[in-house]
Design a protein around this ligand. Structure first.
Ligand code: PLP
Length: 417
């Protein structure tokens, strides 16, 4: 718990240390000390094979063509109408569910997560996610006076652990009549794990069984789809949203859509919270509560970012250019993942089952100590609670051949093998 001088904790368990930035600082020190070959495996943004940040030229061109009005004027609180429409098209791909749907602009996926926690869980509630999770989930829950409860992401066979989720759902429903669940899929951060269609069937069957309509329980599932466009078949990966069509009114599914990675617009802060329900009133209520929270948190969103996303989607030529650039980056990333997996297999390094995305993770019970050994070898991955995270987004293919061996050797050294 951090000690405060003047500010108020207000029951929040404040933690000011950021693991990722502290490892990145160590990398900078190593470079300053003369290690030209040091490898920064912390960055959650796409870096090309020559070490430069990938910025899609089509996005740059679209941005440069904006009229002054496009960035100077306030945007409506929920987002400009063209963006609200396009955000849903981007979220659903060719799988738009036959349900009432709505969306609210948010500054990135982060804003969407915040809207979800503040409106669909109660103060004091525990929100459920898997034990490997993006650290900001905890910060958002803490900030909003909720807690985060976790279950093991995979079972002993390396499959999605629906039974583990069920156990936590049952526990929470003993004391809570509302429950929020965050599922980060596909290409989960920090593991690259994805739920299959069958996993989704099991999750939804379990939730409907645990919270039958007559139980009075309300469950909201937030699908964090931040990395959905960096998968083997991004449109096919969206098929799971059709499964929500069978949801009764007491089960609400929301999606946090983010343009950060999909448009290489990390700093432009553009995302959306997307609602899918079979009940018209719940959909209208979503629009109202999202707008209220947005007004009270960031107020108007980034008009330029929304305009770029809407214009790019609606202009076939721009869209084609964007999709070609994204596909090239995606292929680069998928290749890195494949090369990493092959090298890991060769040297006997065990990873959490990886499907796609920006990150791959190695389970380890003393990640801080093992990472100290790894840092000495000039490699800088991130030690997390459950293991070590390597950002495939930040390292090139050659480095992907080398990294697993280094990690394995350091683990063997630490565990005395
Ligand atoms: C799992 C996950 N969800 C959501 C986000 C949100 O990103 P942004 O707010 O930049 O869209 C990130 C960003 O790193 C992430 O890793």
């Amino acid at each position: 718990m951090e000690k405060l001088i003047f500010a108020n904790a207000n029951d929040r368990e404040l933690n000011f240390k950021d693991k990722i930035f502290s490892v990145a600082a160590k990398y900078d020190e190593a470079v300053k000390a003369g290690n030209k070959d040091a490898v920064n495996a912390t960055i959650g943004a796409l870096i090309d094979d020559s070490g430069k940040l990938v910025v899609f030229q089509s996005v740059v061109d679209c941005l440069k063509n904006l009229a002054p009005e496009d960035y100077a004027r306030y945007a409506p609180i929920s987002g400009i109408p063209a963006y609200i429409e396009v955000a849903q098209k981007l979220a659903f791909g060719s799988h738009k569910p036959d349900m009432y749907t709505a969306a609210c602009y948010t500054p990135g996926g982060t804003g969407a997560l915040r809207l979800f926690v503040s409106n669909y869980t109660k103060i004091g509630d525990s929100v459920i996610t898997s034990d490997w999770y993006w650290a900001n989930y905890k910060s958002i829950c803490t900030e909003l006076q909720r807690s985060l409860t976790t279950y093991p992401l995979v079972d002993k066979d390396g499959k999605y652990n629906v039974a583990g989720l069920e156990e936590k759902v049952a526990e929470a429903l003993k004391t809570q009549d509302t429950l929020g669940i965050i599922i980060n899929t596909p290409a989960h951060n920090p593991t690259g794990f994805s739920l299959t269609g069958e996993d989704w069937d099991k999750v939804l069957e379990m939730i409907r069984r645990k919270a039958p309509a007559e139980s009075g329980k309300k469950i909201t599932i937030l699908v964090d789809a931040a990395y959905i466009d960096y998968t083997g078949d991004p449109d096919a990966e969206r098929a799971f949203v059709k499964k929500f069509e069978k949801n009764p009114d007491n089960i609400l599914c929301l999606m946090a859509y983010s343009a950060s990675k999909a448009f290489t617009m990390y700093g432009m802060r553009c995302g959306a919270l997307v609602c899918m329900t079979n009940n018209k009133d719940i959909c209208v209520e979503f629009e109202n509560v999202a707008r209220f929270s947005a007004r009270a948190t960031w107020s108007n969103g980034v008009r330029a970012a929304q305009t770029v996303v809407a214009n790019m989607y609606n202009d076939p030529k721009l869209r084609e250019k964007l999709e070609a650039e994204r596909e090239a980056s995606n292929k680069m990333l998928l290749r890195r993942g494949k090369v990493f997996e092959e090298a890991a297999k060769k040297c006997g390094l065990v990873t959490v089952p990886f499907d796609a995305g920006f990150f791959i993770a190695i389970p380890c019970d003393d990640p801080d100590a093992v990472c100290e050994l790894i840092f000495k070898r000039g490699l800088f991955p991130v030690p997390l609670a459950k293991g070590i995270r390597v950002a495939l987004s930040a390292v090139n293919e050659e480095q992907c051949k080398w990294i697993p061996g280094v990690i394995k050797e350091c683990m063997d050294e630490y565990y005395g093998k």
